[in-house]
Write a protein that binds this ligand. Sequence first.
Ligand code: UD1
Ligand code: CA
Length: 469
Amino acid sequence: MANHTAPITDAVAVILAAGRGSRMRSRTPKPLHRAAGMELIRFPVDLLAACGITRTVVVTGPDNADAIASVLDDRVTYAGQPEPKGTADAVACALAQLPEPPPLLVVMAGDTPLVRAESVRNLINEHTSVPGRRMTILSAPDVFADDLGRIERASVTSDGRVGAVSAIVEAASRPGFAHGPAEVNTGVYCFSGPWLAEHVGSITPAPSGELYLTALAARAADRGDDVAAIPIALADEAIGVNNREQLSAVETVLRDRINRHWMANGVTISDPATTYIDGDVSIGMDTVLLPGVILSGQTAIGEDCRIGPYSVIADSRIADRCRVAASFLEGAQLSSDVTVGPYSHLRPDASIGAGVHLGNFVEVKNSTLGSGTAAGHFCYLGDSSIGAGVNIGAGTVTCNYDGVDKHVTSIGDGAFIGSDTMLIAPVHVGAGAATGAGAVVTNDVPDARRAVGIPARLVPRKDKDRESN
Ligand code: UD1
Ligand code: CA
């Protein structure tokens, strides 16, 4: 959703993701936890790319390096931090990968998914517009967050201007600190590369033994090197994901941003509070989302659709003018003008042709339905290939499983499957053929013929084939 800007080729970005993430209390590495369906580590990578940065180094730890690489692949390069000795040590590990420090280094934590590209572009502009600037910190004013680093400034000047940055004070260094709003460190910084390379290796460890990158603010201030902090516009950008509660706070903010994005792009969302849209979803103009809709994973919805109320659509593609009510779709493909539900379940590789009608309690799995086919009432269609213009009667079951193997059912164009037909796969019902209500079809039915009974046998058709039988 971010706009891309001109590439900044003399900058390198570093994303810190080697921490243990122990506050998550999880077997899953923190960077792989998801918000709005996307792994947390994808957010800073997408953000920096949207800011025009062409080279990004991700610092990983021994426990999460493979997992992170499986998500990001070759979009970035990697630096390993053998032990999580602190954010300064992580940056040093990234610098060790570079032949020489670049003029501009953008450093950010891997666990702040709400930072917006606009804010980082402002940070870069501010940093690069001041000659001799060593460190510029993206801060957030008036935030109630006891676990973030707090920006200390020289006292407010007599004319009311806020004083210069003197330090970043970490939460661990201020026990008993009164709760209250403060200007806090978002964990996004610009550095002069050579200055950072000179100082990052000589930080005094905190009482915990950790090497804090944020100690560089006081280092710069004490030496008279130029350090500044610029506040972001939206306080929620500062939320970092250290625990599950913060993960859900991030999810809430993202959901609101995503819903507003789609409304601005011509999608009606009648109740945003109960509408959940993942970050990778796309939705066409004039589609209406009714209350209780969850669109997740790699889902694409066309134009003029009506989805909901109460539907879950995961990893599915839905073309224009479809209607889905109170149904569950996963890995399904719908052509245009399809109606589904209420209460139907489309499972992986359900491929539904144009104008198909699937009514209530219809389950479709690994099946292709041709255009104009209808299954209005409870039935199971699995491992089947069904032509166009087929009528599937209520209670029809493709009996695809013999207890050992799965078998295929095929039905030709224009066939009429009577109510409560059991199709014992592998079996074929020909084009224009018919089955009687309650038929158990164990043998193929030729084109245009009619089969009835248990097991089904061919009988003359009143309409078409009386003469030939
Ligand atoms: C850090 C900042 C804090 C800031 C906050 C913003 C420091 C010391 N503190 O605190 O000022 O307000 O981020 O969210 O930097 N990491 C490594 N290697 C390590 C340690 C951490 O790569 O040895 C990574 C983590 O995976 C994480 C990031 O650095 O992505 C920040 O570390 P974290 O422990 O979450 O720091 P915070 O306590 O949130
Ligand atoms: Ca953090």
